[in-house]
Design a protein around this ligand. Sequence first.
Ligand code: NAP
Length: 248
Amino acid sequence: MRVLLLGGTTEASALAHALANRGVSAVFSYAGRTGAPIAQPLPTRVGGFGGVDGLVDWLEAENITHIVDATHPFAAQMSQNALTASAITNVPLLVLERPAWVAEPGDTWQHVPSTEAAVDALPDRPTRVFLAIGKQTLPLFATKPQHHYLLRLVDAPDAPLPLPDAQPVIARGPFTEADDLKLLSDHQIKVIIAKNAGGSGAEAKLKAARFLQIPVILIDRPVLPMRHVVGTITEVLEWLGHPARLGV
Ligand code: NAP
């Protein structure tokens, strides 16, 4: 057995520890988006594979027997490539994906299908926005330059930000509700834009928004073809034939 673990999430890192603890032969893969990715207890490669063809070649060269896609729910290109490469090579694929967040009493959420739709959903009058979506799609918000944008980024920006009134805060999750209550209050945030990532690591801002009665524009997940999806590390271990012990 030799597993490819596609990472970049809190859950992927937890799975890496579970595999390492069991002595499972596995390679952890990062896209290389952040400057100092969290060290993993597995052999780690960094960077794209070169599309489907590159991934197919890599799977064969590395004698991979199982693929676990534990990427972020919005990493749709990587997930689609993994699915296609799995079909071509007959290497079985399992997706570890946390359930989407669901609104609770007290939440004021507006669901939108894309980041472009989130831009459209912002009001015309200037307001203070917590843009909790990472850095890749920030330029889309340049069409609404009248707003003040608070950005939470993993790395300090290495180029001028595409927004005229933006303040970056450099921080890496998981975040606590107390921290996010302070962040939203200190910056007098009036609306939050977030991706429906699910999981616990980034949920604090939604709990803080509920408490402070701040509306949230929530971007829906990209839709992918039908895949074998599980929600827990225990299920991944069972799929790999390494059932969980107490405490995973
Ligand atoms: P994406 O758009 O789906 O992927 C674009 C390309 O990046 C892929 O085609 C692949 O390049 C490479 N790539 C992505 N994930 C990879 C991985 N784990 N290992 C090796 N190559 C990978 O992905 P993304 O949205 O930019 O996300 C990049 C990474 O950040 C992922 O690992 C994801 O889990 C993590 N992340 C994403 C978000 C988000 O909101 N999108 C949030 C938090 C963390 P090739 O085609 O060359 O193979």
